[in-house]
Design a protein around this ligand. Structure first.
Ligand code: PLP
Length: 394
């Protein structure tokens, strides 16, 4: 038994931080870590961004919470701005990514139901997916290690191999309601879905009367250098779940949908107590003020290139440690040749924070506001870590 009063669900690093400044996290005894984990793609604008701090503290002095029994002006505004900047017409706010996915799943099933197809409730997902830790989202993710011991898997989720069109076509039945996919897999190991595959998903949905759901909880809100990753492929979904980066560290998620897809979500069929509360909305609006500013995403793309080229050079130099570099924008992965946990520990010894992912990958998720100098600093730390590991393994 552990000495902690907390659930033992997390294997935490023996590190605690007291403060954050931009791309840096600082321990109580003043040690500075370069944060390329970003709270797992959450701290999109780094730590303590003055505009986010101002928005939150100003709202905190006025009003925290009223519930969705009343109008919430900040919520209407953020909803309109998200609709304006995307394919969507309608938005439902949540507190987390998994809740945004729950709303996406319910929206798709209700769409089929109100269109006279209650039998269409199955959702097809893809191997390596991660959609959250609620009962429905572990069923959607389909990973045995997350399902085990939690009773019968929620019905209606069918999984097919990643990138396998033939298997997908075979899996579509008269009971299928929707396809659900991350355009760029995060937890699965920074695996990009080929553009042609995404385009084919859209065609199949149109052909069979299915809804296309994108999970952009990790890849969204500027992370890949576009507002949303699917914009790179020019394929639009009917429903999309977002979270992580939209709150910049404040818990916010949202489900976005076209008016048609959301047609079944009428008064009383879904709800939330905290979702879209004034504090969350103040921060979300402030994040958009920055991310949607002219030139911001172009800068993300420019910095991403700098980082990807630097990483490729390190991989070339130490192929016995890093096999390759993958990903898009500032959502990058190092495919490791040795156990990724070992690489992650070596990076932490260099005071660089990263996140392990599936497929033996290390994720690098710096704030979108990271400077060129910080990128060069990080590359130097990654090089030092790789050098140390390369010599050890030689
Ligand atoms: C993190 C994540 C989720 C779950 O979000 P939570 O806020 O942890 O519930 C779902 N989908 C993807 C792609 C994620 O990266």
């Amino acid at each position: 038994m552990s000495g902690s009063a907390l659930y033992d669900t997390f294997a935490r690093a023996p590190l605690a931080f007291e403060r954050g400044e931009g791309s840096w996290l600082i321990t109580e005894d003043g040690q500075r870590y370069l944060d390329f984990a970003g709270g797992i793609a959450v701290n999109s604008l780094g730590h303590g961004h003055p505009k986010l701090v101002a928005a939150l503290t100003e709202q905190a002095g006025k009003l925290w919470h009223t519930s969705n029994l009343y109008e919430i002006p900040g919520q209407s505004r953020l909803g309109e701005r998200l609709a304006e900047a995307t394919f969507a017409d309608k938005v439902f706010f949540t507190n987390s990514g998994a809740e945004a996915l729950e709303c996406a799943i319910k929206t798709a099933r209700r769409y089929q139901y109100v269109n006279g197809h209650p039998e269409k409730f199955h959702i097809i997902t893809f191997e390596g997916a991660f959609h959250g830790r609620t009962l429905a989202t572990i069923a959607a993710g389909g990973q045995q290690k997350y399902l085990e011991g939690f009773g019968p898997k929620v019905e209606g989720f069918d999984q097919v191999p990643f990138g396998d069109i033939a298997a997908l076509e075979k899996a579509i039945t008269p009971e299928t309601a929707a396809l659900l996919i991350e355009p760029l897999q995060g937890e699965g190991g920074i695996r990009e879905v080929p553009v042609a595959f995404l385009k084919r998903l859209r065609e199949l949905c149109d052909q069979h009367g299915l809804l296309l759901i994108f999970d952009e909880v990790q890849s969204g809100v500027g992370r890949t250098g576009k507002f949303f990753a699917h914009e790179w492929a020019n394929v639009t979904p009917d429903i999309m779940a977002i979270a992580k980066g939209i709150g910049g560290g404040f818990p916010v998620g949202a489900c976005l949908a076209t008016a048609e897809a959301a047609a079944g979500m009428t008064a009383g069929v879904h709800g939330t107590t905290f979702g879209g509360n004034p504090l969350a909305m103040a921060v979300g609006n402030a994040v958009l003020d920055v991310v949607l500013e002219d030139g911001f995403l172009a800068e993300v793309q420019r910095k991403a290139l700098l980082m990807k080229q630097g990483l490729a050079a390190v991989a070339d130099e130490f192929p016995d440690v890093i096999e390759g570099v993958r990903g898009s924008g500032l959502m990058l992965g190092l495919k490791c040749k040795m156990p990724n946990t070992k690489v992650n520990a070596a990076l932490r010894d260099q005071k660089l924070l990263a996140v392990p992912a599936g497929d033996n990958v290390i994720r690098l998720l710096p704030p979108l506001t990271v400077s060129d100098e910080e990128i060069r600093d990080a590359l130097e730390r990654i090089r030092s870590a790789a050098k140390g590991l390369s010599e050890t393994s030689a």
